[in-house]
Design a protein around this ligand. Structure first.
Ligand SMILES: *Cc1c(COP(=O)(O)O)cnc(C)c1O
Ligand code: SF4
Length: 440
């Protein structure tokens, strides 16, 4: 464990240890797997190397250097997070702590919110926590965000994330949020806060010393006429069992805050339709809205956690078939990749070919949203880059536009002068256009 946690972040708090982990079921217990580093999370060579250093009592410096090298091999910033998503100011300088990938939503990373009460072993933001400054991005204050939003009236939503912004004390959160509530930012209609504190530290919303003040901050946002939502991360139905966790949800909802639930599908943690069925049912019972099931991203200890897309679809469908429409507000299994949020919508047979039907839930080019396209069925594929276009096409319809965006760094096609030729519905990609007819 020491060898693995030298590379990947590890932290667990008392609440999780005492209320969520079933110690009689360790090591297979899903919450134990969610939180405690396991040997299989590193590649065998990497593990041997770290374990050797630990066993020999190697100096800290040597451990740190080896860990850092291994991390860099783990794709620390997937899906163009550092190059394509980070917006620039008028002088073309990158604005730290912001991502703007989809037209309507800016993602904001306050620097005080770049850790979590407990770390998930599968976290795709893991590089934010390991203390390597050039692997992270964060903003110390809201000034740059406010300036950016003033210049971008197309943005209607700000998503505050981390880490977990709910590690911040209430006054810190207030300092980040209040500047957004001004009249000249009236185009920002909703503020969302991504968090796992409802699961890892529910006292944050109930009995913590600054919980009441937190609720007043929430109220302030609501009084400004904006919608406030918690995007709550629940990986397993057990996280909704403790009375503390239920009380936290109740209190947040009583303050007029909507709760949307999302989580990745993770082997060893929740790769089972019945687990998701129960998770969805509990969420709806507690008044929260199921939102996204994600596919584990192509980063970190992915090999240990990944579930093939075909199996993910089975689990998703299996769970949806056992819940009412109230819980079918969940979408997935969804890949957050460089092109956008891609959902695996089904397996179809067309002219004797077995295919995945894929659909854009969100596109880097807004014109891609809602478009359906096909890839050859592959039982083992776990990510879009392992899929081949259907019908013998060379590439997917968006590949060319994406390549141009990568080359030019102009990745916001809704802005004047940033639409690469060949992108969107007007372009021609030489591929099969069935996707057009099916998707629109
Ligand atoms: C998912 C996501 C959003 C929000 O998308 P919604 O479909 O509005 O929930 C915004 N930015 C990024 C980078 C995302 O991954
Ligand atoms: S709570 Fe979220 S950000 Fe924190 S470790 Fe888990 S997945 Fe990562």
């Amino acid at each position: 464990m020491k060898a693995v946690s030298a590379v990947l972040p590890f932290r667990v708090n008392r609440y999780v240890m005492e209320n969520l982990i079933d110690w009689d079921a360790v090591p297979d217990d899903p919450i134990f797997q969610l939180v405690f580093p396991q040997r299989g999370m590193l590649a065998p060579e990497a593990f041997e190397r770290m374990a050797g250093l630990v066993a020999r009592g190697a100096p800290r410096e040597a451990l740190r250097a080896a860990a850092s090298e291994i991390r860099r091999g783990l794709n620390p910033n997937p899906a163009g997070q550092k190059d394509l998503n980070v917006p620039r100011d008028r002088h073309a300088r990158p604005i730290p702590g912001l991502q703007h990938k989809y037209r309507l939503t800016v993602v904001f990373f306050p620097s005080a919110g770049q850790s979590c009460h407990t770390y998930c072993t599968y976290c795709f933001r893991w590089s934010q926590f390991v203390g390597e400054p050039d692997l992270r991005f964060a903003a110390r204050e809201a000034g740059a965000l406010v300036r950016y939003l003033r210049q971008h009236p197309e943005v209607t939503s700000v998503l505050v994330t981390g880490g977990d912004p709910m590690v911040m004390k209430s006054p810190a959160l207030r300092r980040y949020l209040e500047p957004l509530l001004v009249r000249e930012l009236d185009h920002v209609r909703s503020i969302r806060i991504g968090t796992k504190a409802t699961s890892y530290w529910p006292y944050r919303f109930t009995t913590a010393a600054d919980a009441d003040e937190l609720l007043r901050v929430f109220e302030r946002v609501r009084e400004s006429g904006r919608t406030l939502s918690l995007m709550a991360h629940y990986s397993h139905p057990r996280e909704l069992e403790p009375p503390e966790a239920r009380a936290a949800l109740r209190r947040v909802r009583d303050a007029g805050v909507e709760v949307y639930c999302q989580a990745p599908l993770i082997r060893h943690v929740n790769d089972d339709a019945e687990i998701w069925r129960e998770l969805l049912d509990r969420q709806v019972q507690l008044g929260a809205h199921p939102y996204y099931m994600f596919v584990e991203r192509d980063t970190g200890a992915r090999g240990y956690f990944e579930v093939p897309l075909a199996r993910a679809l089975e689990i998703f469908t299996g769970a949806c078939n056992r819940v009412t429409g109230l819980a079918r507000t969940i979408r997935g299994p969804s890949m957050s990749c460089t092109a956008g949020k891609l959902v695996v919508d089904g397996v179809v047979e067309i002219a004797g070919d077995r295919l995945f039907a894929l659909k854009f839930l969100q596109g880097r080019d807004p014109e891609w949203a809602g478009r359906v396209f096909f890839a050859r069925y592959d039982e083992r594929a776990t990510w879009i880059d392992e899929l081949e276009p259907a019908f013998g096409a060379e590439r997917f319809f968006f590949d060319e536009a994406l390549k141009t965006m990568r080359r030019t760094g102009l990745a916001r096609p809704w802005l004047p002068g940033q639409r690469p030729p060949g992108s969107g519905s007007r372009g021609s990609d030489g591929g099969i256009r069935l996707d057009e007819r099916a998707g629109r």
